[in-house]
Design a protein around this ligand. Structure first.
Ligand SMILES: C[S@@+](CC[C@H](N)C(=O)[O-])C[C@H]1O[C@@H](n2cnc3c(N)ncnc32)[C@H](O)[C@@H]1O
Length: 239
């Protein structure tokens, strides 16, 4: 069955939802992931291997935690964080100025489907829990490949629907708690959507196929925490 878009909700609904939950997003993230989200972001950036003097992009940066992780893992890097949701960006900027790292980061509104950058700009791109929300995922991968420098690395961190029966059972038992936690933290229906969108997201092998079809090389998928999340990596071919 072909759908008009890859996602359950439109880009406009998505932006409004993230603006609505921005204030409590970090707290909800910690609670729902049982504090594991920090380690997942750390591992994602380790796979990116940021180096001194490099230039990096975080797509769907939200409140900026992957940007801060890149800066924690490498000195003298320049990092752009983009997101269409202005209220998420406002929190990212406030966190950056609180950390005194405003010079190394640039948070601005932009869409993964139409990146306002030149070809071959970045040494690496990360995107965390965002790819699932993009209306045209193949088009987003094409944009990522375009703005990566030859030899540059992409790392996509995404929630996954567990494939192993026992893990799936645990997931099914935990899933109803997520909207409750979200509601307690003022997230309303956003956390019901979170669970629905995870179930709707393509299986890991379909994501890696899509990356290969886009032209990425060295494509791999690393499951973490019994497959609750996956990190997909791929490289732009060197010339
Ligand atoms: C679940 S949040 C993840 C935020 C952050 N990356 C993290 O690790 O916590 C998803 C973010 O992706 C953003 N997003 C959704 N669609 C997007 C698109 N087409 N282009 C760029 N960002 C998008 C949302 O606005 C939201 O801030």
């Amino acid at each position: 069955m072909s759908r008009e878009r890859d996602t359950l909700i439109s880009a406009a609904e998505n932006r409004a939802m993230f603006d609505r939950i921005a204030r409590n997003y970090d707290a909800a993230n910690r609670a729902i992931s049982l504090g594991l989200d920090r380690g997942w972001r750390r591992r994602t950036v380790e796979l990116l291997k940021p180096f001194r003097g490099g230039r990096y992009l975080d797509i769907g940066t939200g409140t900026g935690d992957l940007v801060f992780e890149i800066l924690a893992q490498s000195a003298n890097v320049l990092v752009d964080g983009i997101d269409p949701a202005e209220k998420m960006l406002a929190i990212a900027r406030a966190k950056a100025s609180g950390k005194g790292i405003g010079d190394a980061v640039n948070f601005f509104a932009a869409d993964a489907l139409d990146l306002p950058m030149e070809h071959d700009t970045y040494d690496g791109i990360v995107t965390g829990f965002c790819f699932r929300n993009i209306e045209r995922r193949q088009r987003a991968l094409e944009e990522m490949l375009r703005v990566l420098k030859p030899g540059g690395m992409l790392a996509i961190l995404e929630a996954a629907y567990p494939s192993k029966p026992l893990v799936r059972l645990g997931y099914r038992l935990y899933a109803p708690l997520v909207p409750l936690i979200g509601r307690l933290l003022g997230g309303g229906s956003a956390y019901r959507y979170l669970m629905d969108s995870i179930e709707d997201f393509p299986r890991p092998e379909n994501v890696t196929d899509m990356m290969v079809a886009t032209g990425f090389s060295h494509v791999a998928c690393r499951p973490l925490t019994l497959g609750a999340v996956c990190i997909f990596t791929g490289k732009k071919q060197s010339r």
